[in-house]
Design a protein around this ligand. Structure first.
Ligand code: CA
Length: 227
């Protein structure tokens, strides 16, 4: 099966955003667009793109702040495309974890080649493990560790933890978790989530982990960002 790789274009100038999206689509990628920092952060969490193309001059925040936030929890490849051509701007972006930096105006072929190169590199080094709230997740094994000790979760419990941890710092309702994890209509039996969460907490506690899985009253649940 050929699944198209998703690329999020964060750019407030409509003509440029449209232009880049058109090139990406023509090259077989699925292109999504965000015109502000807030929209970008929410789309990164909800759509899990494979790569991000990031403009630095956005209306509500600096692209570097997006990069800083993103790097606190993700290794997603980021290609900065900016009008800022000073050496210090490039260095700042690369220091914050940008994978690449293209100066506007850029050549089409160059953007295409760099996007392809970063996606290839990403495939060669799959991120099998990640850490959230002091717990280590192994995506291959589908296991969670507190230190060296595995937390004995059922498959459903693991799936809920993985989803919340991958989106740590965000709050999800029972219905949203149910739909995201089990793939059914969220109205079906989301009350099962309450039970799962209770069991997960008990197991985490028994393993010695902190209270990383928080209830946000009246809204839902959230995995704490700190590790
Ligand atoms: Ca801009």
């Amino acid at each position: 099966m050929n699944i198209r790789e998703k690329i999020l274009v964060i750019e407030d100038e409509k003509s440029i955003a449209r232009f880049i999206s058109t090139i990406l689509t023509a090259n077989g990628y699925e292109a999504m667009r965000a015109a502000s920092g807030a929209e970008a952060m929410s789309m990164i969490s909800s759509h899990c793109p494979d790569l991000v193309i990031l403009d630095l001059g956005l209306p509500d925040m600096d692209g570097l702040d997006i990069l800083r936030q993103l790097r606190s929890w993700s290794t997603l490849p980021v290609v900065v495309v900016s009008a800022r051509s000073h050496e210090r701007d490039k260095v700042a972006a690369l220091d914050l974890g940008a994978d690449d930096y293209l100066t506007k105006p850029f050549r089409l072929g160059e953007l295409r080649a760099r996007v392809a190169a970063h996606l290839r590199r990403q495939h060669r080094t799959p991120q099998h493990r990640f850490r959230r709230g002091g717990l280590d997740f192994d995506l291959g094994e589908k296991a969670v560790y507190w230190g060296e000790q595995p937390v004995k979760l059922t498959r459903g419990e693991y799936a809920i933890c993985e989803y919340l941890a991958l989106h740590s710092g965000q709050t999800f309702s029972k219905e949203q978790i149910y739909e995201a994890v089990f793939g059914f209509d969220g109205t079906a039996d989301s009350s099962a989530i309450t039970e799962h969460i209770k069991n997960i907490r008990a197991k985490l506690r028994a393993a010695g982990a902190g209270e990383v899985l928080q209830t946000i009253w009246g809204v839902g649940y959230q995995w704490q960002n700190e590790s």
